[in-house]
Design a protein around this ligand. Structure first.
Ligand SMILES: Cc1cc2nc3c(=O)[nH]c(=O)nc-3n(C[C@H](O)[C@H](O)[C@H](O)COP(=O)(O)OP(=O)(O)OC[C@H]3O[C@@H](n4cnc5c(N)ncnc54)[C@H](O)[C@@H]3O)c2cc1C
Length: 323
């Protein structure tokens, strides 16, 4: 391995200044992607600028939505009961990244900037309509996560720019979400397919305590039947799919097909089928295209179901289920 110099600035400004003056420099946060590339000789920086000392990148703010600094580790996010309860899809994603060791140092900023097609946080961020906060030479600006992701390992950052954080809008009381990472093993595995779903229910015309009747139901099929019988309508929905295209994508036709419809088992099956038709998977060592498409069908339906179940349980004393 070639040597490099290592810098630890304390502020974003200082880091950006170093980047503009040092030759062959790269930012490093947790280093769980960067160091792998250096070891594989796919990256040979002369200088590494660590972002780990920059305290302004390590906030979690839950006032009116969710704002997460790019330097926050996956472990820290997974310790937040607020995120588990209200942004469950993100909780699911960070709780299953790599191993404890990887989660303890790997950051959310590193995950989105590395932009692997299999990056676990990207599908949740897509379903939450996340906005990326960027510090650039001309000041701060924001980009929707959908516009930030350009392709495999490619993001819309100009040389030297730093992702400061990720902002997620506040969610309504009748909103639930889930992320399913489909893998062969439980740990240290990238997804064969990853599916995130968020669904908002229109509860207008139903009693204020409508969730109580649902909380008495154990069986998920019975929950679906009651939603259909009581004519609960999907107000808004997001579905995102990972490892089925060069970058994680939204299943926009499936989302539209859910919008304004009465929730039913037949509808969820149809949504899964539409999402599968929108996926563009390839054959790879981890899974063949036909299999991935099949799993998109099954897991989209399952992710929407989990999201519905959590929406019903989110404000009860029970924590939302996570499996
Ligand atoms: C054993 C192992 C298992 C893994 N398992 C998973 C997994 O299951 N799921 C998954 O999604 N990933 C996995 N990863 C990949 C990796 O851990 C994650 O992508 C992690 O979130 C990267 O964060 P980091 O802080 O380590 O990034 P780094 O390696 O420090 O940086 C990654 C890239 O982002 C840039 N960068 C970092 N922060 C910023 C910033 N604030 N502004 C601008 N650029 C920035 C760096 O310059 C670099 O290009 C695994 C990695 C390993 C080694």
């Amino acid at each position: 391995m070639k040597g490099y110099d290592y810098y630890k600035p304390d502020t974003i400004e200082e880091a950006m200044k170093m980047m503009s003056t040092l030759d062959g420099a790269e930012y490093i946060a947790g280093g769980t992607d960067v160091m792998v590339l250096i070891k594989k000789k796919a990256l040979s920086p002369q200088n590494l600028i660590s972002l780990r000392n920059i305290s302004e990148l390590s906030y979690i703010d839950t006032d009116n939505g969710l704002r997460i600094g790019s330097g926050v580790t996956h472990s820290r996010i997974s310790e937040s009961d607020f995120i588990k309860r209200h942004y469950s899809a993100l909780f699911d994603a960070v709780s299953n990244i790599g191993s404890v060791q990887v989660r303890n140092v790997g950051t959310v900023g590193g995950n989105i900037c590395n932009a692997a097609p299999s990056a676990d946080t990207l599908c949740p961020f897509l379903v939450f309509d996340a906005v990326v906060l960027i510090a650039g030479q001309k000041g701060e600006y924001q980009l929707a996560i959908d516009d930030f992701l350009l392709g495999p390992n490619r993001v819309a950052l100009a040389k030297g720019e730093i992702v400061k954080g990720i902002n997620l809008p506040a969610l309504g009381a009748n909103s639930g979400s889930a992320y399913i990472k489909h893998t062969r093993r439980k740990a240290m595995e990238l997804p064969i397919v990853g599916i995130a779903a968020r669904i908002d229910i229109d509860a207008k015309g139903h009693p204020n305590d409508w969730k109580e009747a649902f909380r008495r139901i154990d069986d998920i099929s019975d929950m679906l039947r009651l939603l259909e019988k009581e004519r609960f309508v999907c107000n808004d929905a997001r579905i995102a799919m990972g490892v089925v295209a060069p970058r994680p994508i939204r299943a926009k036709k499936a989302e539209s097909a859910l919008q304004g419809k009465v929730i039913s088992e037949g509808l969820l099956d149809e949504i899964g089928r539409i999402a599968a038709s929108e996926s563009q998977p390839r054959d790879t060592l981890r899974g063949e295209a036909w299999y991935r498409r099949e799993m998109v069908h099954v897991l989209t339906k399952r992710a929407v179901l989990m999201a519905l179940e959590r929406m019903i349980h989110a404000d009860s004393s029970n924590n939302p289920k996570t499996s």
